[in-house]
Design a protein around this ligand. Structure first.
Ligand SMILES: Nc1ncnc2c1ncn2[C@@H]1O[C@H](COP(=O)(O)OP(=O)(O)OP(=O)(O)O)[C@@H](O)[C@H]1O
Ligand SMILES: [Mg+2]
Length: 111
């Protein structure tokens, strides 16, 4: 199991979600977050390092079985990418355990 975490532009949320559902990725957590990536251009002003502004982004968390990781990543890239800076990022981390509270099923069954 993996946890696919994507940070995307808020205006891409609906399009990304629609495409994920069309690809049968139907379970998702969406959070409104802020952040900044690497600094574009000059980050020194009058000899001081400038602290970048926090920019609103949307965070998607999708826990899935290993065989769904590629389609999840591909779908997010296809819909969230504009080619401009700030398109976002995808992080993939191993997921150790998952438990469905209602049934107490665990692992891939519970996802
Ligand atoms: N290394 C990181 N760790 C945690 N969050 C990150 C990291 N890189 C990016 N983010 C998050 O993703 C958002 C979008 O990042 P962004 O797309 O600007 O990345 P970037 O590395 O600056 O690439 P680009 O050059 O395309 O702008 C940031 O606002 C931040 O919330
Ligand atoms: Mg950036």
């Amino acid at each position: 199991m993996k946890l696919v975490t994507a940070i995307i532009q808020p205006e891409k949320l609906d399009e990304v979600r629609e495409a994920l559902i069309a690809a049968e990725i139907t379970r998702i957590t969406v959070s409104r977050v802020t952040g900044h990536g690497r600094q574009e251009g000059e980050s020194i002003y009058r000899g001081q390092k400038v602290v970048p502004n926090l920019i609103p982004k949307v965070r998607l968390d999708i826990a899935c079985n290993d065989e769904y990781v590629d389609i999840t990543v591909k779908t997010i890239i296809k819909t969230a990418k504009t080619g401009k800076i700030g398109d976002g990022k995808i992080f993939i981390t191993p997921l150790e355990r998952c438990i469905r509270i209602r049934t107490e099923e665990t692992g891939g069954q519970a996802i």
